[in-house]
Design a protein around this ligand. Structure first.
Ligand code: PMM
Length: 265
């Protein structure tokens, strides 16, 4: 069983749902990125705009001001960086600063320049499925089919814009305009997404459908245990990468999954 890559989440925002405000100062953000790397992250996913419902919108310039110094400092330390943005200008500047992956939660729909910009950079491109933020009420008749079909349309648009197919990663976008039942159905269908032959990224970390398994009032960090279990299951199902806040817990879960799958010490 090949181990999925681990993307450590680094939100340089005042208002992300689980870690907003913790890493807004550049020094604190860089220190956290280095901590994620020491914990075993293969990539640090740096974002400067919260996707939570009702989050204050940021201009691309504000977003770039938050993330670029952090990207540059982490790259200078030898960290492989992914940039979590829907804005072409931020993606371009981050890749110029050394980021190697563009992680676009809009799947190329938010900024009409994004696909061409990514094509020109040579970066890897994560196409995430989203019809809206967490909490947006979307009713799916067949969530797996609809997400898979829309992802294929987004991939086709990316390829048409010049991004080589092998540089594209797909992500079902857990929690984005999806309820708990939708998220569990998508996780159950992970093998089908992997069977497309595309690399699949899973972003379940600390999301509300995992929080719903915990007692009322449980702290955010209590969601790291169910997150790590999802990481192990995603590994079993052949995911290419998992995006998590608690990298150490996920690395441990992936060690267990690999040993249990292979029967080796
Ligand atoms: N989720 C969030 C942000 N970025 N990117 C990808 N590719 N997949 C996700 O599921 C995803 C993402 C929201 O979570 P956060 O506020 O904890 O970063």
């Amino acid at each position: 069983m090949s181990r999925p890559l681990v993307l450590g989440v680094l939100n340089v925002t005042p208002d992300s749902f689980s870690d907003g405000g913790e890493h807004l100062a550049p020094d604190a953000a860089v220190a956290h990125g280095l901590r994620l790397t020491a914990d075993g992250a293969d990539l640090v996913d740096v974002g400067g705009e919260s996707t939570r419902p009702g989050a204050a919108p940021v201009t691309p310039a504000e977003e770039a001001g938050r993330v670029l110094p952090v990207v540059a400092a982490l790259v200078a330390e030898g960290v492989r960086v992914s940039i979590d943005t829907v804005h072409a200008s931020t993606a371009e500047a981050a890749v110029d600063a050394g980021a190697v992956v563009v992680n676009d939660v809009s799947g190329g729909t938010a900024d009409p320049r994004m696909l061409a910009a990514v094509a020109a950079t040579g970066a890897e491109y994560v196409v995430m499925h989203s019809l809206g933020p967490a909490g947006a009420a979307v009713t799916y008749r067949d969530v797996v089919r609809e997400v898979a079909d829309e992802l294929e349309r987004r991939v086709a648009a990316a390829v048409a814009a010049g991004i080589p197919e092998q540089r594209i990663v797909i992500d079902p976008g857990l929690g984005f305009a999806k309820g708990a039942a939708d998220n569990w159905r998508l996780l159950a269908a992970l093998p089908a997404f992997v069977a497309t032959g595309r690399r699949v990224l899973v972003g379940a970390s600390r999301k509300r459908f995992l929080g719903a398994l915990l007692p009322d009032g449980a702290p955010m960090a209590a969601r790291d245990l169910p997150t790590a279990v999802v990481s192990a299951l995603a590994a079993r199902d052949g995911a290419w990468a998992v995006r998590v806040h608690d990298v150490a817990a996920t690395r441990l879960a992936l060690e267990v999954a690999a040993r249990a799958a292979e029967g080796t010490a």
